[in-house]
Design a protein around this ligand. Structure first.
Ligand SMILES: [Zn+2]
Length: 165
């Protein structure tokens, strides 16, 4: 089976090599020794990338454990990997949209606490934990209220049921 160049229409040949892949949204990604198609005429190169979703997930998982604070494009990569709009992600993390935008564009360094929060939120959602539970865990609707909760706890049939009064 032969492939045609999308730029000039000439025949392409199979080759292998290292392929920088900034299209993924991270400037530092290089795919090692991947199959590529190179145009015999104009030298344009396409990489053959099997299981792209798995590649994206692997990169996201690596970001969650990388040393040092997340940089702008890494925060953006995680957000897009989770399929979230800037507004909803900012709301979940508890910052306003303009702060998230400054982080993502490297105009403001993220704090270590917010860096941890983004990693935890991403880990939670990447592992298919329910979003509603996360939203109630992180609910900041009454964040000025510091009163300790009052619990009503009942034991029925070997289980405990608790309510916050
Ligand atoms: Zn070509």
């Amino acid at each position: 089976m032969s492939y045609r160049c999308s730029i000039c229409g000439s025949e392409m040949e199979r080759t292998r090599g290292d392929y920088p892949f900034p299209e993924v949204g991270l400037k530092g990604v290089v795919l090692k020794d991947v199959e590529m198609l190179r145009c015999k005429e104009c030298a344009s190169v396409d990489a053959v990338i099997p299981r792209l979703r798995l590649l994206l997930r692997t990169l996201a998982e690596m970001l969650l454990i990388k040393r040092g604070l997340l940089c702008g494009e890494e925060i953006r990569f995680l957000r897009l990997h989770l399929g979230m709009a800037a507004t909803e992600f900012a709301e979940l993390v508890g910052v306003d949209k303009s702060t998230l935008s400054r982080w993502e564009h490297d105009r403001q360094l993220i704090s270590p606490a917010n860096d941890r929060l983004i990693r935890l939120v991403s880990h939670w959602l990447m592992n298919r934990q329910p979003r509603e539970k996360l939203e109630s865990l992180l609910s900041m609707k009454n964040h000025s209220d510091h009163a300790c909760a009052k619990f009503i706890v009942e034991e029925r049939d070997g289980e405990y049921y608790a309510e916050i009064a």
